[in-house]
Every structure is written in C-alpha cells, then in structure tokens.
Design a protein around this ligand. Structure first.
Ligand code: IVH
Length: 706
C-alpha cells in the first residue's frame, strides 16, 4: 500500500476522498466483527484507522461526514488515557501445561530455599480468571486511582471507570493507609450474551468474547458507558501496602474479603503437588458451570516470608505459576507452507491456512516451528504426532494458547489429498540465496547471509525502529522497508544521516512519493530527538539474538554506562575471565544469552555497524537500582563455606539487589568475605590480605535482615 501523506499535507480533495475511504473501511471492519464474530483487522490497525480519521476531521472539521466513524463507539485508543506509573510493577506469571511442570515448580522452590524434599510447603490454588488485570490504589481507605496493567511498569488511568464497577468498593474500613489491590476485571457469560444482544439491537459492535467485552468496556473514555456494562472484579493480589496484610497468601486473601472485595470461592490450600493437581482437576471439572471464563489454575506459595525470599525473575515471580488448561482447537486446510526469514536469519515455516475461527479469533496463519516439526520429529529425533509429517494440502489441527501465535498441532491422514508430497525444507535462503545451515544442537536452520541478506537486514531495521526500541515517529516498518529497498537506509546508523543526505540537494525526502515538506521535517526532527537514547533501549534495538527487552534493561542497569558495558564485552569476548563471570552473574542472564551478546560485540562487521551507530548517539546512563542506604552498595563480596539460612543463589541475588558485586574469588579488591562453616582457602586468603571476614549472622545483621 502506498504511504499516505501526512495529514498536514492533504489537500481538501484528498481529505474528502480519504474520509470516505476510512468510513467505508471502518464500517467493513465493524461488520466483520459484528456478523462473523471475528475481527477482520487487528485492534491496532483498527485504532490506527480511527485516529487517522480523527486527525483529518480535526484539520477539516467542515468535511466531517454524517456517518463519521468518530461518532461510533469503539475501543478508545490507548493514547486517550493518562499514564500511570505503578508503585510496584504488575507482573505476569510463568506458564505450566503438564503435571510434571508443577512438580518441577515445587522442586525449584525447594532448591532455591535450600529445603529438603520432605519439608512441608503449602500452596494456594485458585482459578486463573480470563479478564484483564487492574490495580486499585487506596489511600486512607479511599479509592484514589485505578490503572490497567499496560506494560507492567506503566498502565492507563481508568479511575473514573473503575468507580462504576459494583464489586470495587470506593471506601474501605480498617485498611492500611496505603493499599494497592490487584485483581481481574471480567464479564460473566450471561452478562456477555445480554450485552451482545443489546448491542445488536442498537446496531452496535458485537464483542468476540467476554474478555474483549470486559476490556472494551473498561477502556471507555466515557465512564457512563462503562457504568452501563456489567463488569465484575475478583481481588487476588496486592502491590504497595503500608503494612503487611497477613503472614500467608490465604490470610491476605481472607483479609481482602473482610475488607469487602470479592475473592474467588474456589481458592484452596494444598500441601504439595499432588493436592495442587487434585484442585486443578476439580476446578477444570467445574469450569463449564462457573459462568465466567477461566483459562487455568494459579498456584502461589502460601508463606509470604518465603515468597519474599524467592522474589522475582525479570517479569514473573518465582513463587507462583499458572497451570493453563489445554488450548482451543480447530481443524482446517493447510494451503501452503511459506518460509519467513527473521532478523537472526532463522528460516521459519509458516502455515497458510484456510481461515478458521479458533476461540473467537480468525486464524489464517500459524507457525510450523521448524523443519523437524514438519517432518514429525522433535529436536532429539524422537517421533512426534506418531511420526506423521505435515504436507501442503493436509487437513490440520490448529490451536491457540493464550495470546500466543497459533500453532499447527496435528494432521488427519485420512483426509490427505492424493499425490501430496512430503515437504522439502529449503537449504538455501529464499530471500538471498545464501546457504542456510543448521548448527549442531540447533533446531533452526539459519541463513548465513548476515547483513547481505535483505530479509535479515530489513527485519533488523524494523526491529530497530519498533515501539520498544527507537520508536521514531513517522518511521515504521513500512517506511523502513521502502527506504531499504531504495538503498536510502541500509543499517541503523543510516537513519541518523538521512537529513544530511536527503534534507537538501538533488534527491530530497520531501519530494519522495508519500512525503511532503512538513512530514519530511517532522521525520528529521523525530530522528534528532532519538539521538538521546537510554542504554537499555539501544541494546534491545540492536536485535541481538536471545537479548530481549527485559534482559536489555537488566544489563543496562547492571553496567550503568554504555562505555563500561562495551569495555566489559571486549574483556569477556573469549567467554572466560572475571568479566565473563560477572556477566553470567546477572540474575536473568543465562549462558546462552551471554554468549550471544559477547559474540555480537566481538564479530567484526556487526561491531563496526554498532560503533557507526553509536557515533551518532548520546547514550543515557541507566539508573542502577536504588541502593540508597544500602551498607554494601558498591562493595565486592565473596561468599564461602556453607550457608545455613539461605542458599548461595539467594545470598547472591539479595546481595546484588543491595548493590553489592558478588565475586567467586578473593583478591585485593574484595571488601568483605562472608564465611560459613567449612570455609577453606578463600577465608585464609582473605586473612592474609587483611580483608574483613564475617559469618552468616554477621552478614544478615549488616544488611538488616537478621
Ligand atoms: S497473580 C505476581 N492470580 O494472569 C502475580 N493472576 O498470566 C500476579 N490472572 O497478569 C498475578 N487470574 O492478569 C494472579 N488468580 C490469579 C489470576 C491472575 C488471572 C491474570 C493476571 C496476570 C496474568 C498472568
């Protein structure tokens, strides 16, 4: 599709035409939603069309149509709500699908806490409500703020809307001064059906499922609409609290119930995995009669002191897990298999399907994972699906689990068309023709073309400009593709010389199709603005394999400055030595990620490309975690001997959270050695070097956790 001119550059005639076009496209999108009970375009696309329509109307108010889409109610664009920074991040949960995952969950916790296999551990088990999470902040017993989860750190302020929900008390008696309650907003099946009937009578949009209906109803700009929608709320967790609610999860839930919140009546205490699985079976059996959607069971360690010891990984608590119900399924025809090349060169097979509705969403593409999966093998060569391979033309089973990409699960051989051939996975890259190889132990075949592969280069660029990365206004995936094709931008650094090259002279951006004076100027300004970039964003934007957004921020906070970080990467290039150990020591950085990271920085072409980029940037230092008042901030600590009150992993995680560096060996740089019984050579060396030595109790005393 041709790039649309910026709204400011539109002529009246163009505006009239586009408004008509938008009215039609939005009406079609509404109808698809309405009659087929399945959205034809994504929510993001819908929102983009609506906001373009609103922007054109704002510039040409007299051209606003009688049937303007702006006058029809839809999910409000997220920019419409004020942002709220959560006092305590709203986290998500790790998922489990098999019974064994639950035993492993229990084992991991025991290992982390250093508990024997037979020590008693109690968990709560409760339904996982399929709605959307909401955080309610009460100060002196008054509801002062309600916010959606958003990205976990920053959500949307929906206070006025939350006040209209009957299950949400606006005043509390006997509550702590500050109390943040977290829970799920949902809609019952009966209310959902009735709402859709009312919507149909009014000719308004139908909701695909209760979750969408709840989300659409909560995120309304006009709270009188929210009031008219029958939303409900279950409380199941908390954020900031000025005093503890209880000693146990169950105690806290009971307290929430006493304060006037709805808590789920199926919440039960379980002594270990066997009882947890029994409660899972019970809840699964009751699922159809509950009258609201649930998609699994959540287990949480009951003892809150132990929860605190376990803490969190980057986005999920170590002390809780969601045991999901099996996913929703549908059968359809596999029309063809396409190969997509990603930014790391991975050749991913994509199933093009005859569209089918799975759990309220139309699915026409699904992942086939990799070549082994298509052939009916797992990565170790064992048979999957009883060894049945998947061929173009086959009748296949598709499933969705949560919000993830749909997958092809099974194939019905009785419906295989005559003459269907086994699929041959390409051994060359379909985009650049380079050899595509599979390294030992890797399930994925990768294009070896590196930056010469247009698919990889473009995907890297798209990732670079994406929302969580550089997020340059006016430079999205489409524009980047066009600039790459015309060789205006071949690598990220080129974005920052765009104005120099195309701001004046013979070839100018403003003369390009789809661009004008104003939009070109805006883009140059937007690029200029992003020359100042936070360290974490820059690292994430580089698109290094295995290094995601969370990890990038963790790493940024750990090293603080970009220069210190690159120097550390240089010292760790051989994957050994103290800098390598330090990198591995970051909670949340595993060996695979660490290797990928140092390799990217050690690889000549890639490093040069990164350096060319950073020459144009001012990389803002990342705030190290606040360790104000920490007695061990900046100190290098060595743990040796046996620790009796905590495990090594725990001691290390705690020390690092307090700003200490934990090292494995004693040197002149060591500030403190914590020696338990049986400490040997390290304690001796510390003595020789005159380094302070304390025991475990002394350490707990020092950090105020005795
Ligand atoms: S506890 C720190 N309990 O599931 C843990 N979450 O997949 C906070 N959810 O974001 C979450 N029912 O929106 C918890 N009984 C329950 C839940 C529940 C639904 C949602 C919640 C969370 C998501 C994670």
């Amino acid at each position: 599709m041709a790039q649309k001119p910026a709204v400011d550059d539109l002529t009246e005639a163009q505006a009239t035409e586009e408004l008509a076009d938008l009215a039609q496209r939005l009406a079609e999108a509404n109808t698809a939603y309405h009659t087929e009970d399945a959205p034809a375009i994504t929510d993001a696309e819908y929102d983009a069309l609506k906001s373009r329509n609103a922007a054109i109307e704002a510039r040409f108010p007299h051209l606003k149509r009688a049937d303007s889409p702006s006058d029809q109610v839809g999910a409000a664009p997220s920019e419409a709500f004020a942002k709220v920074t959560h006092a305590v991040r709203m986290l998500s949960l790790a998922n489990a699908f098999e019974d064994e995952d639950i035993t492993e969950f229990d084992t991991r916790i025991r290992r982390y806490l250093g508990l024997a296999g037979d020590a008693k551990l109690t968990y709560t088990a409760e339904p996982k409500i399929d709605g959307l999470s909401l955080s309610l902040r009460y100060e002196s017993g008054k509801l002062v703020q309600a916010a959606t989860r958003g990205d976990g750190a920053v959500g949307e302020n929906v206070t006025a809307n939350a006040r209209t929900i009957d299950d949400i008390p606006v005043t509390l008696k006997g509550a702590p001064d500050v109390l943040e309650i977290r829970g799920e907003v949902y809609m019952s099946h009966a209310d959902f059906e009735a709402l859709n009937t009312r919507q149909a009578e009014k000719g308004d949009k139908q909701f695909a499922n209760p979750r969408n209906a709840a989300a659409g109803s909560l995120r309304q700009l006009d709270s009188s609409i929210t009031r008219s929608r029958p939303l409900r709320f279950f409380a199941y967790a908390w954020g900031e609290v000025s005093e503890p609610l209880a000693d146990t999860q169950m105690g806290a839930i009971n307290r929430l119930s006493d304060l006037g919140f709805q808590t789920n009546p199926l919440t039960a205490l379980c002594d270990g995995p066997a009882e947890m699985l029994a409660q899972y079976a019970k809840i699964e059996q009751l699922r159809a009669e509950l009258g609201y959607d649930i998609d699994g069971v959540v287990y949480k360690l009951d003892d809150l002191a132990l929860q605190a010891r376990l803490g969190f990984r980057s986005t999920t608590p170590r002390w809780a897990i969601a045991h999901k119900f099996p996913a929703e399924l549908a059968w359809t025809r596999l029309e063809s298999i396409d190969i997509q090349v990603g930014r790391t060169g991975a050749l991913s097979p994509v199933a093009r399907l005859t569209p089918v509705t799975v759990g309220g969403v139309v699915v026409s593409n699904a992942t086939l994972h990799n070549e082994d999966y298509i052939a009916g093998r797992d990565s170790k060569g064992n048979e999957i699906r009883g060894g049945k391979d998947i061929r173009e033309g086959d009748w296949v089973q598709v499933y969705r689990a949560g919000d993830v990409i749909p997958k092809v699960a099974d194939v019905d051989l009785s419906k295989r068309p005559d003459g269907a051939e086994p699929y041959t996975f390409p051994e060359t890259c379909p985009e650049c023709g380079s050899e595509a190889i599979r390294e030992e132990g890797d399930a994925v075949r990768r294009c070896t073309g590196g930056l010469i592969c247009p698919a990889q280069a473009v995907e890297k660029l798209k990732h670079f400009v994406s929302r969580a990365a550089f997020d340059i206004e006016g430079l999205g995936a489409k524009q980047v593709e066009q600039f790459y094709r015309d060789e205006w931008i071949k690598e990220p650094a080129d974005i920052f010389t765009l104005e120099e090259r195309y701001g004046s002279g013979v070839k100018q951006l403003k003369n390009r199709e789809g661009w004008g004076e104003k939009s070109a100027k805006n883009l140059f300004e937007a690029v200029e603005e992003k020359r100042n970039i936070p360290f974490g964003r820059l690292l994430f934007a580089l698109g290094i394999r295995h290094v995601g957004e969370q990890a990038s921020n963790l790493i940024a906070r750990f090293y603080g400055s970009w220069d210190d970080f690159t120097a550390a990467m240089d010292s760790a290039a051989d994957c050994e030595g103290p800098e390598w150990e330090r990198l591995l020591g970051i909670d949340g950085v595993g060996e695979v990620m660490a290797r990928s990271l140092v390799t990217a920085f050690a690889q000549e072409n890639e490093r040069e490309s990164i350096d060319r980029l950073t020459a144009h940037l001012n990389v803002a230092e990342a705030a190290r975690p606040s360790t104000d008042g920490s007695p061990v901030a900046g100190k290098t600590v060595v743990f040796t001997g046996t620790l009796e009150k905590m495990t090594r992993a725990e001691a290390k995680a705690r020390a690092e959270a307090l700003g200490a560096k934990v090292s494995g060996s004693v040197s002149a740089k060591t500030d403190l050695v914590v020696a338990g019984p049986g400490a040997g050579s390290k304690a001796k060396k510390a003595e020789e070097l005159g380094v302070e030595i304390i025991d475990e109790d002394g350490w707990l005393d020092l950090i105020g956790q005795a």
